[in-house]
Design a protein around this ligand. Structure first.
Ligand SMILES: [Zn+2]
Length: 163
């Protein structure tokens, strides 16, 4: 979802609040059917400052038993967008100081800010690396046990019944 900043600039206010739902986000290793977002857009001297919170429901699978599951990920997001001239100046100043800044400064392209792409970056950072259906899920250990015994897991079940 894109926000047209030029349209906002025509209004009298400098701060705008939004509560929206994103449905167009794709990531590797999972689908995101829905993201609730709450955020503000602030216009400060040619700069656009975005601050907000998101809550996403992500379809993925348990790293242990491979069961499909839906996890909730939430957090804050922040974006700082500058007009092309200011942005180029900013990049130049970085070069002179020869250091990389952690700030999330982006260029404002065509007077638009891509909210989906901003939120997507944060979701990827906040996502658990090894989602599990439950903390004690021992799916993997079960598989390991069968692998170590050298017995096909289908037969192992029968052996377990016999013993
Ligand atoms: Zn599991």
């Amino acid at each position: 979802m894109k926000k047209n900043i030029d349209m906002l600039k025509k209004k009298r206010e400098t701060k705008f609040e939004f509560t929206e739902i994103l449905e167009d986000i794709q990531i590797d290793g999972g689908g995101i059917p829905k993201v609730d977002i709450d955020y503000s857009i602030e216009l400060v001297e040619g700069e656009v400052i975005i601050r907000g919170n998101y809550k996403a429901f992500i379809k993925t699978s348990c790293v242990r038993c491979l069961e499909e599951l839906e996890i909730e990920v939430s957090g804050e997001f922040f974006g700082d967008y500058k007009g092309t001239e200011d942005y180029n100046e900013y990049i130049e100043s970085l070069g002179k100081e020869a250091q990389v800044s952690d700030d999330m400064v982006e260029e404002l392209v065509d007077g638009e800010v891509d909210i989906s792409s901003l939120v997507r970056d944060y979701i990827i950072l906040d996502m658990p690396q090894f989602p599990a259906c439950e903390p004690e899920c021992d799916g993997l250990e079960e598989l390991e046990k069968y692998r170590d015994s050298g017995i096909d897991s289908r037969w192992q079940k029968l052996l377990d019944l016999k013993n």
